[in-house]
Design a protein. Structure first.
Length: 202
């Protein structure tokens, strides 16, 4: 009888333990929606939706849209385009400091983009450039999950892009303003991909 009295409270405690644990730990996010606020300098609207399929694995849909027009005559520059980058991530570490989660990951992604740009010649006739590109990247990154649901994600790694374009596309870029000319032409080959995003996790 005394043994049963000891066993029953023990069973009740074990059954209640899983319900007590989440109150002490940071909840695992399911969806993380992110963007890069500085992309507006390039007239880009980037958006990324990261979905956690398990505590250590996530799949992301990264997209961006370009749509801008400014200037007139010799300063006229019009650009349109989009990019798609599906990504798969594996998180190695999960450190919690003061309730804030710091996670290191490796990822692989595929890139596809296409776009057009237009300038005007001396007779105000349009000069249209176009490009299509495919490639990929292997990245190492770190993402912070703050208690207020905000996130900060930074990444770096080798990438490769292959461009098919007409000769006017790069010429038009050089007339697209300070930031466009600073980025230079889009050439096929290997490169270093670096970036960051801020977001909110649910």
């Amino acid at each position: 009888m005394a043994r049963k009295i000891l066993i029953i409270p023990g069973i009740v405690f074990l059954l209640a333990l899983p319900k007590l644990m989440p109150a002490q730990e940071t909840q695992q996010p399911v969806i993380n929606v992110k963007t890069n606020p500085f992309a507006s300098m390039l007239s880009m609207i980037p958006l990324s939706a990261e979905v956690f399929v398990s505590p250590k694995v996530s799949a992301s849909a990264n997209v961006y849209i370009v749509n801008s027009k400014n200037g007139e005559s010799e300063t006229y520059f019009d650009q349109n385009g989009f990019g798609i980058s599906p990504e798969l991530r594996y998180y190695f570490t999960d450190n919690i400091i003061n309730g804030q989660k710091n996670r290191v990951y490796a990822s692989i992604l595929y890139n596809y983009e296409e776009g057009t740009n237009t300038t005007l010649d001396r007779l105000d006739m349009p000069i249209t450039g176009w490009n299509h590109a495919m490639g990929g990247a292997l990245l190492i990154g770190n993402q912070w999950f703050f208690k207020n649901r905000f996130t900060f994600d930074v990444f770096l790694g080798p990438a490769y892009m292959s461009y098919i374009k007409n000769k006017d596309f790069d010429t038009n870029l050089s007339k697209g303003g300070f930031f466009m000319s600073m980025l230079g032409t889009k050439a096929s080959g290997t490169r270093i991909k670096f970036g960051f995003n801020i977001g909110i996790a649910f």
